[in-house]
Write a protein that binds this ligand. Structure first.
Ligand SMILES: Cc1cc2nc3c(=O)[nH]c(=O)nc-3n(C[C@H](O)[C@H](O)[C@H](O)COP(=O)(O)OP(=O)(O)OC[C@H]3O[C@@H](n4cnc5c(N)ncnc54)[C@H](O)[C@@H]3O)c2cc1C
Length: 400
């Protein structure tokens, strides 16, 4: 049976996210975006509304909600601003859900429960100055020394780096495998704020997500207890790919929020602005742009919902998630470009929000797998070069 209806829990999470967005983000987003500054109240507001761990099981401090709820909250956050959806993508998608799935019981108590309650913030450190898409090109190393590992390296373009308490970090533990570019030599660790030799910095001059915390961190001889190794040596690449399966899902759903924001802003303006004696919404070419946004919103929603439906049943969702992310980001870029077009010269000014949508839309075709990487993935699935195998671990099955 196909059922597109949302449950009361889904509607409650959606309303919760919508309220936080309307109260905390929308009123002053233009000022924060202009100032390239993160809203200092956002994380606390999201924590108080239980938005930082709602799809983590209750035993680890969350609300035990399903992955459709995560998609809905992502959409609402990005409707207000991409920077707020990034918080969900990183803290829940790239940090909490992987820790839930791959960490030991003791590690979950220490690194998941406080994060799911919103008392601590997690981030995800894979990208480096010299390696993004090419994950095995990372240079960070973790050398075993008794009951510690010594980490050296630099992580770049890390969302929430300057607010994070926990840094899920990927590093080579097998230096022979590093030389051979064999990804089974990569391991995952959690670094903790305040560790000697761990320093963070803000990235200045960004095109978009200006109200978000995007940073870098450097590790100089950081002594990390062996107890902070997640799973076992060599699992790092699998864990990183698992993280991306969850983060990409929130980017896909969030992009639908951006498409909807573009559509709503375009509809409003199309009723206000008149040319040649009528509202611009009466001109067929303007209708075309709005119709494209409407269609994109609908079909991109179905794509992320299918991925969420698979996740709820703990079925492998890499292909569905990649497709949803690729297409929703592509359509969000197109919708934002058209929204600027609908506004004419006013779209070129930050008096209206559409230029922010346009700048924000670009980032999502770069992070969590570039447009090109997802294109290649989908072609490889179709060609039979890539296959959807069962994972060693998966998310817990959740009731909808
Ligand atoms: C706002 C923002 C937030 C981010 N947050 C995080 C974060 O929290 N954590 C984190 O680890 N990273 C984060 N990133 C980094 C992001 O994941 C990387 O930028 C991304 O993986 C691409 O890597 P790159 O920038 O090094 O580009 P490259 O990998 O150098 O690619 C450059 C270009 O070449 C293309 N290309 C590369 N390889 C191929 C290929 N095989 N075939 C065809 N084309 C190819 C790419 O598609 C791209 O167009 C963030 C980035 C941004 C912009």
């Amino acid at each position: 049976m196909i059922d597109f209806s949302l449950t009361d829990n889904h509607l409650a999470v959606r309303d919760m996210a919508r309220n936080v967005a309307a109260k905390v983000i929308t009123p002053n987003i233009r000022e924060y975006d202009r100032a390239h500054k993160a809203n200092p109240e956002l994380l606390e507001a999201m924590a108080s509304a239980n938005l930082l761990g709602f799809c983590v099981p209750e035993q680890y401090g969350g609300l035990g909600m399903d992955y459709i709820s995560l998609g809905l909250a992502s959409e609402e956050m990005e409707y207000a601003d991409t920077s707020a959806r990034v918080v969900l993508s990183v803290h829940i998608g790239l940090y909490c859900l992987p820790v839930l799935t791959w960490a030991s019981e003791e590690q979950k108590q220490k690194f998941l429960t406080p994060a799911a309650k919103g008392d601590k913030i997690g981030c995800f450190g894979l990208t480096e100055p010299g390696a993004g898409s090419d994950v095995v090109g990372i240079q960070t190393t973790a050398v075993k020394d008794g009951d510690h590992y010594i980490l050296n390296g630099e992580k770049m373009w890390i969302s929430l780096a300057n607010n994070a308490d926990f840094f899920l970090t990927f590093a080579w533990t097998d230096l022979e495998k590093k030389k051979k570019r064999d990804h089974s030599g990569i391991s995952a660790f959690i670094l903790e704020k305040g560790m000697d030799g761990l320093t963070t910095a803000k990235i200045e001059g960004k095109l978009g997500v200006r109200a978000g915390d995007t940073g870098s961190y450097a590790m100089q001889d950081v002594e990390v207890p062996a107890a902070n190794l997640i799973d076992k040596e060599g699992s790092g690449f699998k864990i990183a790919m698992f993280c991306l399966d969850q983060g990409r899902y929130t980017v896909a759903a969030g992009s639908c929020g951006l498409i909807r924001a573009c559509r709503d802003a375009s509809v409003t303006y199309s009723h206000q602005r008149k040319t040649f004696g009528e509202e611009i919404g009466q001109h067929q070419l303007v209708k075309q742009m709005i119709a494209d946004m409407e269609a994109a919103y609908e079909y991109c929603t179905y794509l992320w919902m299918k991925a969420g439906w698979l996740k709820n049943q703990a079925k492998r969702s890499t292909k569905a998630t990649s497709l949803a992310k690729w297409i929703a980001c592509r359509e969000a870029e197109a919708a934002a470009a058209n929204a600027v077009q609908v506004y004419g010269a006013y779209g070129f000014s930050d008096e209206y929000p559409v230029e922010r949508f346009y700048r924000n839309a670009k980032g999502a075709s770069i992070y969590e797998g570039t447009r090109e990487i997802h294109t290649l993935m989908q072609a490889d699935y179709a060609l039979g070069i890539r296959k959807e195998k069962d994972l060693d671990r998966d998310l817990p099955v959740v009731e909808q």
